[in-house]
Design a protein around this ligand. Structure first.
Ligand SMILES: Cc1ncc(COP(=O)(O)O)c(C=O)c1O
Length: 382
């Protein structure tokens, strides 16, 4: 058994000998179209420096925790939560300058993506992704029996090849087209011109996943505010997991035309956002300045990390997010990943993902964590 930590869901993940056990076969087989699919799991190893899942390296503000503790006392725990998450929807709407009926909240933005695919994808419908990108778009599409058509990004800089997009969307008429901006795992944000161009070409919903949107120069929501042609088909998905430092809470949302939100309401499970998460999200939106300060600190730390990487034998790509994609030039990526783990530093091994041969992705951590990573990587590449 090799230690590879390759967490593409299309590839079996092996992180330790115990991982190779396939488990008992179910008495009833899973759906035929799911048999080839492996669940999406990123390795969670016990290490001192975790730089593999693009979380915020720091906790939310102490005062937010005090506020949440007080709010917990007011929650009627014997009752179901507000099904419509009214206060949270309103708070998100105010934050983005839209109406509450344009917002749908979910248990992480992954649930929101799933709602979109359940409502607008499904058997006989198609979704387009621009690869390499966030694997869950493709994965949830497959789980919901939506046919996925992938358009390769340009290999040199991972930009979206618009003439190719025009061809593909004309040919297959997708009901959903996913644009991840900034793109995970390659790092760059798309310009509003590019997103606008995709919106003009693609006939269905254009879903812009802005999980790292606070790091980007602009949000696709600007196109909604500007009411560009087709803005009713634009969906922007965001999360509290990254810059709001709330990955443990599982809270995300989308902003879209109210009719698109209403469509998702037909598939969303009742009470999908629990009362604690609703309170936590409302309170987090009272600390936007603190969140933006954290973004500023991460951008400074990212600059230092980029400089340190440039001094090593690696190829790296510019980032508009809180992670950096790089390819070791002299040592195979699987070996680098495993040797970093031995030094108690965990990064994401993307080396087996389509279009990312030999690549690793490191999340920007605290300055001491970044130093540990650079020190370990320098030793491994020496
Ligand atoms: C691009 C992108 N979208 C969505 C998510 C999921 O975030 P959440 O924690 O809100 O489900 C992630 C998490 O890594 C991500 O990278």
């Amino acid at each position: 058994v090799t230690l590879v930590g390759n967490d593409d869901p299309t590839v079996r993940t092996v992180t330790s000998p115990s991982d190779v056990a396939t488990g008992p076969s179910p008495a009833v087989p899973v759906r035929n179209d799911l048999r080839a699919l492996v669940g999406y799991h990123s390795p969670q190893l016990e290490v001192e420096v975790r730089l593999n899942t693009n979380e915020s390296p720091v906790a939310p503000p102490e005062r937010w925790l005090d506020d949440l503790s007080a709010a917990l006392r007011r929650i009627p725990f014997n009752r179901y939560p507000d099904r419509r998450a009214t206060a949270l929807r309103q708070a998100v709407a105010t934050y983005h300058g839209v109406e509450a009926d344009q917002v749908l909240c979910g248990t992480g933005s992954n649930e929101v993506l799933q709602c979109l695919l359940l409502a607008y994808g499904g058997a006989g419908r198609r979704a387009v992704t621009f690869e390499p990108s966030y694997t869950l778009h493709r994965h949830i599409a497959q789980v919901t029996a939506t046919e996925v058509v992938s358009v390769d990004r340009r290999p040199e800089d991972f930009s979206i090849d618009l003439p190719r997009v025009a061809q593909v969307v004309e040919e297959i008429a997708p009901t959903l087209t996913f644009v991840c901006s900034p793109n995970n795992p390659t790092g760059r944000a798309e310009s509003l011109e590019t997103i606008g161009a995709v919106l003009q070409m693609a006939p269905g919903l254009v879903v812009v996943d802005e999980a790292y949107g606070q790091f980007a120069p602009a949000s696709a929501l600007q196109l909604v505010h500007d009411r560009v042609a087709g803005y009713e088909r634009l969906v922007v998905v965001r999360t509290f997991s990254k810059t709001f430092s709330l990955a443990a809470m599982r809270l995300g949302y989308m902003v879209a035309d109210s009719a698109v939100v209403a469509g998702c309401d037909t598939v969303v499970l009742p009470y999908n956002v629990d009362a604690v998460s609703q309170a936590a999200g409302c309170l987090a939106l009272q600390y936007v300045q603190e969140m933006e300060d954290r973004v500023g600190e991460i951008v400074v730390a990212r600059g230092r990390l980029e400089e340190a990487l440039k001094a090593l034998p690696v190829t790296l790509w510019p980032s508009d997010a809180n992670f950096i994609l790089f390819r070791p030039d002299t040592v195979p990526a699987d070996d680098v990943w495993a040797q970093l783990v031995r030094r108690s530093v965990l990064v994401r091994n993307c080396s087996g993902w389509p279009g990312l041969y030999g690549c690793l992705r490191v999340t920007v951590g605290t300055p001491p964590e970044n130093d540990r990573f650079v020190e370990a990587l320098t030793a491994v590449l020496a």
